[in-house]
Design a protein around this ligand. Structure first.
Ligand code: HEC
Length: 200
């Protein structure tokens, strides 16, 4: 470095000193206020640090409102009721029992498009010749499901429609209610031919 440059960078007669000026009080206050506001904002927008809450939800209530319905699972309720009211004849495996009851697994009376025909069977009972998987049966089934509440019978039917390889739509309590109203107070086992003539 040249001498000329050195002399230029210093004020004429002052010693260079290092000083510390105090931070003004208002900056400290403003900083604290901003930090506080930041925390509040962060807390609010992440549900007050509840482990269940992530953005974009702001509270546990909002998260819960987005959960799927927490009603009873029809496959669980249905299985329980099926074992109690149907399995003694149709078998826990839905395969039916020779001379006692036809199979539900793979049955065209179970895997229907609509609920009408199927809901009729446990509500009204069934008698007379019917064909299940190509085999004819001519027995009688009492209205085994008539005493069950709508939601429970709906769950049984949803269960048999979606077990043992069966795959078909859910049946709802409202569907059962509709058919129950159609049948009225005195169910008489419906004859196979008449059932098959009904809408699916
Ligand atoms: C006491 C024995 C018995 C019980 C219990 C019973 N069923 Fe049946 N079920 C039968 C018989 C017998 C038939 C065939 C009737 C005929 O030949 O017309 C039948 C037929 C059926 C059919 C139509 C045919 C088929 O295999 O797809 C369905 C569906 C059915 N039952 C569902 C049920 C459901 C659901 C329950 C329970 C709520 C139930 N059954 C309880 C004896 C029974």
């Amino acid at each position: 470095m040249s001498e000329e440059n050195q002399s230029c960078s210093l004020p004429s007669n002052a010693e260079p000193t290092a000083t510390r000026s105090t931070v003004p009080m208002w900056i400290i206050v403003v900083t604290l206020v901003l930090v506080f506001i930041g925390f509040v904002f962060f807390d609010r927008h992440s549900g007050w640090f509840d482990a269940k809450v992530y953005a974009p939800y702001g509270s546990v209530e909002k998260v819960e409102a987005y959960q799927p319905g927490t009603g009873p699972n029809p496959m669980i309720v249905g299985k329980k009721n099926y074992e109690m009211f149907c399995a003694s004849c149709h078998g826990s495996d839905g395969a039916g029992k020779v001379g006692q009851a036809p199979p539900l697994a793979g049955s065209e009376l179970v895997i229907t498009k609509g609920f009408h025909r199927l809901a009729m069977i446990p509500l009204e009972g069934l008698t007379g010749p019917i064909k299940v998987k190509g085999q004819e049966w001519n027995l009688i089934m009492a209205p085994m499901g008539a005493a069950l509440p709508d939601a429970d019978l709906a769950a049984v039917l949803t269960y048999i429609r979606n077990s043992w390889g069966n795959k078909a739509g859910e049946i709802t309590a409202d569907d059962i209610k509709t058919i129950r109203a159609e049948i009225g107070a005195h169910p008489v086992p419906i004859v196979g031919d008449k059932l098959m003539a009904m809408p699916e």
